[in-house]
Design a protein around this ligand. Structure first.
Ligand code: NAD
Length: 292
């Protein structure tokens, strides 16, 4: 079979096949990718939820999108993070910084109003928010309290629906929403506990939102990122051991970098991903494919 691409009388010699593939590429050139001279997010406006510091996955997403021409509004949760976010966002042209704790609906509404006033539209939104009380991220899931369960689900999962509704009102020409999930949504990961349940709700919400908002040409996708050493990740007990375990067992024999998650978010918010919605895309150095 070497040198052909089909069997029996349909055999096509390799050279002939290559010529066909190349001529079809010339007629339908593939979209330009990062590193070329095409600006992927020219004239696009984004909202970034979830920057706490420069290690935040949200910041890696913003960095990737900014390099491709996006203008962005950043939200921060609470006064203690304001200075960090203002300093980071201040490095980017035409940015906006707004307070927004997702448990405060008035702050959420004001954030969208401010974006509408400044930019007049919204093209993409990155949701990179999660929270569970520290005591719920160690020991056994069975001891999760009602309070911990409700706050984890509200902040880490419901907030996607809450923000998608606000964003949809500003996404008049369509748009793209990306959220951050983790493998603990589908398999048991020690100590991840209630956050795994919240991520399962988040991934299901991604699909339901994609179904609702598709008619407005708004796409909704999740990235399932491998473990990365961030502020939130350090709240999960024994995160260091998890990083070592995953780094040794993943096909690429390392842990994923925040910049790699950022680049995937850039792809998902760009027109290159115009046919993708409702998906959970793994950016985990392949860890999720491994069995024994
Ligand atoms: P991070 O601590 O940098 O970001 C978490 C953000 O959530 C912070 O900016 C925090 O202010 C925000 N947040 C928490 N409660 C909030 C509230 N009530 N209102 C508004 N914002 C609130 O950590 P990160 O690792 O960059 O986390 C970002 C996302 O990525 C989370 O959804 C997390 O679960 C997900 N994720 C992280 C990893 C990882 O290993 N780091 C892996 C997969 C998915």
């Amino acid at each position: 079979m070497i040198g052909s691409t089909a069997s029996g009388s349909d055999r096509v010699p390799t050279l002939q096949w290559n010529a066909r593939v190349n001529s079809s590429k010339a007629k339908n050139p593939v979209a330009t990718v990062p590193g070329s001279d095409k600006i992927m997010l020219e004239n696009k406006v984004g909202m970034i939820f979830g920057v706490a510091n420069k290690r935040s996955i949200a910041w890696a997403c913003a960095d990737a999108c900014s390099k491709q021409g996006a203008k962005m509004a950043f939200t921060y949760q609470g006064e203690r993070l304001k200075e960090n976010v203002e300093k980071l966002a201040g490095e980017l042209p035409d940015s906006l910084v707004l307070p927004c704790d997702v448990t405060n609906q008035a702050e959420v509404d004001s954030a969208f109003e401010a974006v509408g006033r400044k930019y007049g539209k919204l093209d993409f939104l990155i949701h990179s928010i999660a929270f569970a009380p520290r005591e719920a991220l160690e020991g056994e899931f069975v001891t999760t309290t009602r309070e911990a369960f409700l706050s984890a689900l509200e902040i880490s999962a419901f907030s996607l629906t809450q923000l998608a509704l606000g964003a949809s009102l500003l996404m008049k020409e369509g748009g793209s929403i990306v959220t951050m999930s983790y493998y603990g949504a589908e398999k048991v990961v020690m100590n991840y506990n209630v956050m795994g349940v919240a991520k399962a709700a988040l991934e299901a919400s991604t699909r339901y939102l994609a179904a609702d908002l598709g008619k407005q040409n708004i796409r909704v996708n999740a990235i399932s990122a491998g473990p990365i050493n961030t502020l939130s990740a350090r709240g999960v007990k024994n995160m260091g051991s998890l990083l070592t375990y995953v780094g040794e067992r993943s096909p690429l024999k390392r842990n994923v970098k925040a910049s790699e998650v950022g680049n995937t978010a850039l792809f998902l918010v760009s027109d290159l991903a115009s046919g993708i919605t409702g998906e959970t895309i793994y950016v985990d150095c392949g860890y999720n494919i491994m069995g024994v």
